[in-house]
Design a protein around this ligand. Structure first.
Ligand SMILES: NC(=O)c1ccc[n+]([C@@H]2O[C@H](COP(=O)([O-])OP(=O)(O)OC[C@H]3O[C@@H](n4cnc5c(N)ncnc54)[C@H](OP(=O)(O)O)[C@@H]3O)[C@@H](O)[C@H]2O)c1
Length: 325
């Protein structure tokens, strides 16, 4: 088969669509013929040599895909050859075939094409596990989504609204904020023009955010804590603004607030399967009823993954860039 390979760390130009050995499904895995796979920021980090796949994972990039099951490994129940599926992966989605633990499969939602479904697993599982399972966002609360126009952000806006939260977002341009508002964001903050802490306070009568989903890390750490409401929960999932930060613990203590950080890719299989099962139960009905939609900026041929990386690296997209195999 062919896959996107990374012969050496570097810029988007190092990515090569090359012939590689076919994956063989192990016990508990299925083999999926890939129709499409979306690009995530983690793929860029892997290409640069900063984010190796977990041990035992495919060496090729691609954290999600959609396609059709073409073979079952030993001991797989509940799935059949020919099923249309999408999957959360720890790598290997940017290829013609990928072996997937059965617990990480989801059916392609009714009414969606595999190309649309390929844009869902990573964002939905990340948002669900952090905003709801870690931070326990409740109806009527305020959710601040840092980077509202990202793949993660566009999903967080929709899921936040679907449960009845008030959603605030940051983004770096008026055009991106307009797209966030179309997706349901109630409060839009241009982080290049405004101090997001002051803007959020003003929009919430001084209360701040009950939950913050953060992708910036160190650079925003103190300001995120400042933006939290009493009993607020900050969940850090990205470190685009650095890894080492300092916070005033007194601010945290007086607010009785919590800071958490998580990573999805490196979690044990059982934890991923539990997240995927919860997503199937709670989010798939919202997708099938059209309340929550994949947000796809553009679709490019998989062999042109380098062009897709250039788009994502430049921050040109809103939502996802999808690669078609
Ligand atoms: N921990 C996990 O399990 C997990 C899982 C998935 C993703 N992630 C992380 O989540 C983040 C988003 O991933 P993605 O694939 O959705 O990426 P993406 O679509 O490439 O989005 C990155 C976003 O960062 C925004 N941004 C950059 N600087 C910002 C700032 N100072 N303030 C607010 N927003 C800023 C950009 O928005 P503008 O253009 O508006 O600046 C852009 O929309 C990444 O950091 C990724 O590593 C973590």
């Amino acid at each position: 088969m062919y896959a996107i390979t990374i012969p050496e760390p570097g810029g988007p130009e190092v990515l090569a669509w090359a012939e590689v050995p076919d994956p063989v499904p192990a016990a508990g895995e299925v083999l999926v013929e890939v129709v499409a796979s979306a690009v995530n920021r983690a793929d860029l980090l892997q290409r640069q040599g900063f984010y190796d796949p977990p041990p035992g994972s495919s060496p090729y990039p691609g954290l999600e895909c959609a396609g059709r099951i073409v073979a079952l490994g030993p001991g797989v129940a509940g799935w059949a050859v020919g099923d249309e599926v999408c999957a959360l992966l720890s790598g290997g989605g940017h290829a013609q075939r990928v072996a997937v633990p059965a617990g990480q499969l989801l059916p392609v939602p009714k009414g969606l094409s595999p190309i649309e479904a390929a844009a869902l697993p990573e964002a939905v599982c990340t948002v669900w596990s952090n905003v709801f399972q870690v931070a326990h966002l409740r109806p009527g609360e305020t959710l601040l989504v840092q980077g509202g126009a990202s793949g993660i952000g566009t999903m967080a806006i929709q899921l936040g609204k679907a449960v009845g939260a008030r959603v605030a977002v940051t983004a770096g341009s008026a055009a991106k904020l307009a797209r966030c508002a179309e997706l349901g964001a109630d409060i839009t903050i241009d982080y290049r023009e405004q101090d997001f802490v002051a803007a959020l306070r003003e929009a919430t009568d001084g209360a701040g955010a009950d939950v913050i989903l953060d992708i910036i890390g160190a650079k925003y750490l103190q300001r995120n804590v400042d933006a939290l409401a009493v009993n607020g929960r900050l969940v850090i999932i990205g470190l685009q603004g650095g890894v080492k930060g300092e916070i005033n613990l007194n601010t945290l203590l007086r607010k009785r607030a919590a800071v958490a950080a998580t990573n999805l890719r490196g979690r044990p299989l059982g934890e991923k399967a539990a997240i995927v099962a919860a997503v199937r139960e709670h989010v798939w009905p919202l997708v099938e009823s059209g309340v929550v939609k994949p947000v796809i900026d553009r679709v490019l041929p998989m062999a042109d993954a380098g062009a897709a990386h250039q788009v994502v690296e430049a921050g040109e997209q809103v939502g996802k860039v999808v690669l078609q195999a």
